[in-house]
Design a protein around this ligand. Structure first.
Ligand code: F6P
Length: 361
């Protein structure tokens, strides 16, 4: 192997730049390889749009969120949207990508992404392309690795928001709701709620009963605590309820349609809680931006370095994986398909319950 390509796919995530830096520095300094970075994920591979990655290019980026390679969401080489005679059609463009790799004499690829990006990476590897995957998502819901980079940074942002909400909640005796990311898995809500001393944590894995939340608020009042903090994952659901959440403002007067589950919860709670004002903060993409946490900088760099080492050892078709404290790898064929969810009966939830945190169940 003489020349490698790197790309970042899917939603951005703190730590992507640290991986790119780790890959580039290891490839050049340890193995004397040439490195290029494809822009906008698979789009760059299809359009042969790339930038050389040199030591200078990756200098000073290790702590910065986002990706210098840019990213695009939901691109799939095997189901790619192209324009043909003015019409958008879906096509398998993987052969074009292979031709582009051959043209540039790129011997192998490091593909950094979440479930969707890695599914395409697996299928591309099946065509004989030499690939190493790197797991990325702030949601921490990939089962084939213990921790994805970006998660710790997102939890830190959410925890800081909870710390800030505490002082303002206490000053006004309010019920404060913080909505965090996590459509399917509630890891960010669980860990930030735990660390940020939330009174109630609502996650997609445990359907909530609004009356249990009201009970918790009243319990606290009886103990002289006249404010409460609720953290809710965007994918949380009321018991038996189907929530239609639309995040764009339209002309509907229904507050459910003016935000996510956090605003719906504030609206619903108002019917039960009339002695406190209720406010909702939606943290949104602040959880994905800014500066990468110390933990994620180290983890992401370890992933990047390991990915190049695997290429150098001809261990293609694998994804780097953290298992316990060990950096290792698993086959791309075994990483896709099932999400790692919070176990409602697991140690973390039980521990949170032991210290009085309610999950609304
Ligand atoms: O998967 C990462 C994630 O940040 C989710 O937590 C969130 O639901 C989603 O992406 C948001 O996607 P977008 O940036 O496309 O709105």
């Amino acid at each position: 192997i003489k020349k490698i390509g790197v790309l970042t796919g899917g939603g951005d995530c703190p730590g992507l730049n640290a991986v790119i830096r780790g890959v580039t520095r290891t490839a050049i300094l340890k193995y004397g390889l040439e490195v290029i970075g494809y822009k906008f994920g698979y789009k760059g591979l299809y359009n042969n749009d790339y930038m050389p990655l040199t030591l200078q290019r990756v200098s000073g980026i290790g702590h910065i969120g986002g990706t210098i390679l840019y990213s695009s969401n939901k691109d799939n080489l095997f189901d790619y949207t192209v324009e043909e005679s003015g019409k958008k059609v879906k096509k398998d463009v993987s052969d074009v990508a292979v031709q582009n790799l051959n043209k540039e004499k790129v011997d192998a690829l490091i593909i950094i992404g979440g479930d969707g990006t890695l599914t395409s990476a697996r299928d591309f590897a099946r065509k004989g392309v030499k690939i190493i995957g790197v797991p990325k998502t702030i949601d921490n819901d990939l089962h084939a690795t213990d921790t994805t980079f970006g998660f710790n940074s997102a939890v830190n942002v959410a925890t800081e928001a909870l710390d800030r909400l505490h002082t303002t909640a206490a000053s006004h005796h309010r019920v404060m709701i913080l909505e965090v990311m996590g459509r399917n898995a509630g890891w960010i809500a669980l860990e930030s709620g735990f660390a940020g001393s939330a009174d109630v944590i609502l996650i997609p894995e445990i359907e909530y009963d609004i009356e249990k939340i009201v009970e918790k608020i009243k319990d606290r009042e009886n103990r002289g605590k006249l404010f409460s903090i609720i953290v809710v994952a965007e994918g949380a659901k009321p018991k038996g309820g189907k929530v239609v959440v639309k995040k764009t403002v339209d002309d509907s007067p229904d507050p459910i349609r003016l935000g996510g589950i956090g605003n719906k919860l504030a609206y619903d709670l108002e019917k039960y809680v009339n002695n406190h004002e209720i406010r909702c903060t939606v943290l949104g993409h602040t959880q994905r931006g800014g500066i990468t946490s110390t933990f994620d900088r180290i983890l992401a760099t370890r992933y990047g370095v390991k990915a190049v080492e695997l290429l150098a050892e001809n261990r293609f078709g694998n994804m780097v994986s953290l298992q316990g404290r060990k950096m290792t790898y698993v086959h791309l064929e075994n990483v896709i398909g099932s999400q790692k969810m919070v176990d409602p009966k697991g140690e973390l939830v039980e521990t949170a319950k032991s210290i009085g945190i309610s999950f609304g169940d």
